[in-house]
Design a protein around this ligand. Sequence first.
Ligand code: ARG
Length: 271
Amino acid sequence: MAPHAPGRRHYLMCRPTHFAVEYAINPWMDPGASVDRGRAIAQWEALRALYLELGHRVSLIEPIEGLPDMVFAANGALTVDGRVYGARFASAERTPEGPAYLDWFRARGPAETHDPKYVNEGEGDFTVLDDVVLAATGFRTEAAAHQEAERFLGRPVVTLQLTDPRFYHLDTALFALSGGRVAYYPGAFSEGSRRVLRSLYPDALLATEEDAAVLGLNAVSDGRNVVIAAEATALIRRLRGLGYTVHPVELDELRKAGGGAKCCTLELRGL
Ligand code: ARG
């Protein structure tokens, strides 16, 4: 089955048991603002319940005290064809998450894992499509990690440059609707990367700044259903117009840390 054929997915999630905004490593985070952890947990539980309702499988990793961003499982690894490319975080605050996620995969059973040499924040900066992997650099992931991932995964990786600090991870600026179709906010990318995206995806859905600014591009698609921030109203309308079944979700409490639905979700491909 092509990785993006509509159907059942397997996701890894981490309950925000220890969620907080205690440091600021992106412009969304304000350690002085109040955060309602109970509300974050309820919003996350609703997301998990939705995946199960849609027929997906959800595995869980145990949250670790002192790692308030661990809920953002997308950053924990990149998986393709049963191979696991580990994460190496850019910030000291999140560094322990890299080995924690890799340990989860190793404890789970035999899978080919790779402890990365270069800084990369997993699926936060890599998007897997049918024939290529799109990868971003600019804020977190080093371009050298793109080549490292390409060699380990055996899939061509296309490097894109992010330029707007609000959209510091690729998954805040672009998502795969299906294996050959993407949605993105052009303003998040350099001029050269916009040209690359235009030539690779002439039929892409281009999102507005308003949709991007509520993390509307931090969405999860199984090829038919799209799980997306409820506030991304224009994008939701257009997705419905294209025939997708859209599931708006409220994740504003987690957005205080700069994350949305996709950030909470690591896809396990071939695992
Ligand atoms: N506070 C986290 C950070 O800045 C949010 C990560 C969001 N994850 C994502 N895949 N975009 O690292």
